[in-house]
Design a protein around this ligand. Sequence first.
Ligand SMILES: NC(=O)c1ccc[n+]([C@@H]2O[C@H](COP(=O)([O-])OP(=O)(O)OC[C@H]3O[C@@H](n4cnc5c(N)ncnc54)[C@H](OP(=O)(O)O)[C@@H]3O)[C@@H](O)[C@H]2O)c1
Length: 332
Amino acid sequence: MDRTLPKLVTIFGGSGFVGTHLVQILARQGYRIRVAVRRPDLAGKTRIFGNVGQVMPIQANLRNADSVRRAVEGADIVINLVGVGHEKGPQSFEAVHVQGAALVAQLAKQAGVSAFVHMSALGVDKAADVSLYAASKFRGEQAVLAAFPEAVVMRPGLIFGQGDGFFNLMGTLARMFPVMPLISGKTLFQPVFVGDVAEAFAQAAEGKVKTGRVYELGGPDVESHKALMERILREAGRKRPLVPFPSGLAKLGASILGILPTKPLVTGDQVELLGVDNVVSEEAIRDKRTLAAFGIVPTSMDAILPTYMWRFRRHGEFDRDDKSQSGGSVAA
Ligand SMILES: NC(=O)c1ccc[n+]([C@@H]2O[C@H](COP(=O)([O-])OP(=O)(O)OC[C@H]3O[C@@H](n4cnc5c(N)ncnc54)[C@H](OP(=O)(O)O)[C@@H]3O)[C@@H](O)[C@H]2O)c1
């Protein structure tokens, strides 16, 4: 009888939005999985994606070298999904995206890990001059490739799917407020489905694509920020005026609201990011460093958004048919 154990994958950030989708794919493929997060007690839901004992949440913090060393010990594959959208206390962009990413890559290399996949974000090279988030993600990529030259770096665009941050937040705002602010309405976005991103990570972990490269993952639709907001209002079945909001005013509002202890709706840094197009580059398309390299046909927003945005409709799942009567409009 063959008693060879299946390969062991450590996924830093495996309990988050992208992580839970990725754990499901890798568990189905038979991998043993360590979900390495600060709060393994809150990651119990990932256990049910595998057989008994196949998925194991463990405690690890990218800001603590000993915990990272323990998490990568004996692993065949390491994936780093950890990222923060805004800084809070010790969870700074520098500590998480640069030093934390470098630490995981260095310790994975030392531990003899054979494959390393790192999560960055689309457009971080272009936006590095205006956004601290982008600059830190960009430097993180470089630190990872310096420590682990055969790493695969992924830059997805705005990610949509069950449990996402952006579309669910906008749906909630559309439900709560009579108007919707529109900051940088002309900026282009290329949202990508979480299932496609997770599938690309799984393939990279299995060594199916060229390593030492940065891949840019975008969906089939390129839409302006305004068109995206109109789409969200359509899906949420809400008629709300989209009120253009100057980015200077938005930054001022964000800095005032940033004083509150709650998670900020938007930060000044995110307002800056909203001013930079977020689409797959010509170079990535030319070099086949896109979803095409994984043989993945990108899934459209049309196919996925209706499956979860119905909950923002006035009558939930029961008023899905009046979509055509609603939608956004820009106030004069
Ligand atoms: N969502 C998007 O639209 C999007 C687009 C492009 C790129 N990305 C990138 O994709 C990655 C994943 O995004 P997501 O939306 O899945 O994030 P998420 O839902 O916020 O999940 C973050 C994960 O990281 C863990 N974590 C946070 N700080 C940590 C630390 N110091 N040490 C260890 N684990 C830590 C969290 O668990 P604990 O809190 O228990 O530690 C959680 O499992 C991020 O790097 C993000 O920048 C996301």
